[in-house]
Design a protein around this ligand. Structure first.
Ligand code: TYD
Length: 207
């Protein structure tokens, strides 16, 4: 889908911070870009997000989790993404189906095929124009951040889980390289931001 860009990466890579800087850049340059995120991003979807990430919900079944992410995605597309694209805006979304593929399909071990199928039902062929992957291993990400946030049910998951997620992204990228723009996020924050802007300008999304 033209003008629909998604950003992916492991927990702790600094996606939220990078998106914030990018948003400031767009505001300063008068660029009408909608920034949003998953899970959540709209009223109903944010309510689903609370259930998913609540640290008290540690008994949540993995398949239930996968359906909740997909449910949040459907609502968010309807409420935020599709209207903004129809109005001619660029939409930059923090996480999308690729997160489900790697976190639920590979991290939780539900299987990639099953999660692809589930998301096909949820979003059909509504795929991003391209996906930026902020490349930093969980080892480096948590080291830099000083550990995982235990109040976030996903971030608190076992270390092995995050390794599987990272390897999952790598294998998705190897299988479908034309979908991804990979950015080395191991340098300074400024360096990552510069690369991010360069990619978006080169791909004609930003000026
Ligand atoms: P969030 O606090 O937004 O983390 P981040 O800033 O790293 O994006 O929490 C989102 C969490 O949900 C994150 O651990 C990744 C996970 N997630 C999935 O497991 N599957 C999904 O489909 C999505 C969108 C996110």
């Amino acid at each position: 889908m033209r003008n629909f860009i998604t950003i992916e990466g492991c927990d702790g890579v600094g996606k939220t911070y990078q998106t914030k800087l990018l948003r400031q850049y767009c505001e300063e340059h008068g660029l009408d870009v909608v920034f949003t995120r998953e899970p959540g991003g709209s009223d109903i979807a944010e309510q689903i997000r609370k259930i998913i990430l609540d640290a008290n919900n540690s008994a949540m079944d993995d398949l239930c989790e996968a359906f909740l992410y997909a449910a949040s995605r459907i609502q968010h597309l309807k409420d935020i993404v599709k209207p903004a694209l129809s109005a001619g805006k660029v939409v930059i979304c923090d996480r999308y189906v690729h997160s489900s593929y790697v976190y639920q399909g590979l991290g939780r071990g539900l299987g990639l095929d099953k999660i692809v199928q589930l998301n096909d039902i949820a979003v059909g062929d509504f795929m991003p124009q391209f996906t930026v992957f902020l490349d930093l291993s969980p080892q480096d990400a948590f080291l830099r951040k000083g550990g995982a946030d235990k109040s976030d049910r996903m971030e608190a998951a076992e270390y092995d889980f995050h390794i599987k997620v990272y390897q999952g992204y790598k294998s998705l990228i190897a299988r479908n390289p034309q979908q991804f723009e990979v950015i080395d996020a191991s340098g300074t924050k400024e360096n990552t931001q510069r690369q991010l802007r360069e990619v978006l300008i080169r791909r004609g999304v930003l000026r």
